[in-house]
Design a protein around this ligand. Sequence first.
Ligand SMILES: Cc1cc2nc3c(=O)[nH]c(=O)nc-3n(C[C@H](O)[C@H](O)[C@H](O)COP(=O)(O)OP(=O)(O)OC[C@H]3O[C@@H](n4cnc5c(N)ncnc54)[C@H](O)[C@@H]3O)c2cc1C
Length: 399
Amino acid sequence: MTEVKYLNIIEKKRCSGCTACVAVCPKQCITMQADEEGFLYPVVNTTRCIQCSKCVKVCPYTDSEFTNKPEKEELSVCYAAYNKNEEIRYKSASGGMFRVFADQIIAEGGVVFGATFDKDFTVEHTYTETLEGLTAFMGSKYLQSRMEDSFIQVKRFLREGRKVLFTGCACQIAGLKRYLKKDDANLICIDLICHGVDSPQIWLDYLHSLFPDESVKSVNFRDKVTGQDNSSVCIISSKSMFCERGRNSVYFKNWQYGMFTRPSCEICPFKSDNRVSDITIGDCWGFKKIAPEMYDDKGLSSMVVHSEKGKTLFDTVMHQLSFKETLIDDVKLYNSDYIRSNAFVHSRRKAFWKDYHQHKKPFEKLLKKHLEDSKTKILFKYIKKVVRRCLLLLKGLPN
Ligand SMILES: Cc1cc2nc3c(=O)[nH]c(=O)nc-3n(C[C@H](O)[C@H](O)[C@H](O)COP(=O)(O)OP(=O)(O)OC[C@H]3O[C@@H](n4cnc5c(N)ncnc54)[C@H](O)[C@@H]3O)c2cc1C
């Protein structure tokens, strides 16, 4: 029988599962396999491995010069913006920026890569060459997207001289750039301000706990029927519908507090001033200070353009946007996942997973159990909040 081991190129907790090592392997002897938490990691078939070390060299984490970084942050220009197309804006998680850029690439005969639900409602990366195909990429899916063979497909399209827009998390773009080795004038990358990605296994169990005997038809993690600020997770099944405000959702609270976030998200090196993409998009948190006149609770994005390529694309589509130039320091202040990871591992993460594997509690109970804070912790959080508000007041900023 063939011997198979976890690939020893990097500490497991630092691996984001970007798949650069899988794509580069000349013997195709690396596969992505789920661990006990449902996250994919590279596994090598040691019998077929010729020890060429290409997988080690390509890893964006094994080298401090982890990617072909674009131009310096000094060149970055920052905007608060939204798509003037009301329907697209409504269906998007934020201000509908993704579609304005993606539509342009399709109009130029290009190819767009993004994350979509598969038939089981886990998430995978794929590509489209049509406007209709873009619909499936719209909206945030808060679990890790499987790359499949996306990196290889990107390379193929670039070789054919096609324009390619690759969208995803910064770790995925870092991996893609390391795999491609050199920049390509036809490649444009857009990354998200990202808090972290969840375990696909927990997500599937959660779905099953909501709809044990029904098939799921659609999922919207950020339904805006009650506004962007109060967005809801809405899931429609063959017989019923589940809708809950994001901020009340026990699933989202667990995500936010790092109960089942991918371990590498906690120490993500790609959340930094020197982003790996041409354009970064996220929510415009801090809108009261940044762009109060633009806020109508329908979706407002923050966008940072980092490179000449990004600027050219932005200039081409700007007539389709409402926007105003803002300060990068405000993005860093109000949306600090732009610059550092806030995806802290919850102090009870280990206990959660032990319970998950050993006791098989009813799922809803398990999700609630480990979130319950002690009185001291609640008091500590309250004090932290008050101190933060005082600091903002001292700085003369709205809180
Ligand atoms: C896991 C995750 C965490 C996020 N965390 C934050 C945060 O902390 N702060 C913040 O300001 N914004 C965060 N966002 C980004 C934000 O929610 C919007 O996705 C972003 O502003 C783009 O919105 P849009 O309206 O322009 O377009 P939309 O149409 O909503 O965006 C769709 C885009 O998101 C990509 N996408 C969706 N799901 C995934 C996924 N699982 N993996 C990779 N790419 C995906 C699609 O490929 C497409 O490019 C996060 C998004 C994701 C997916």
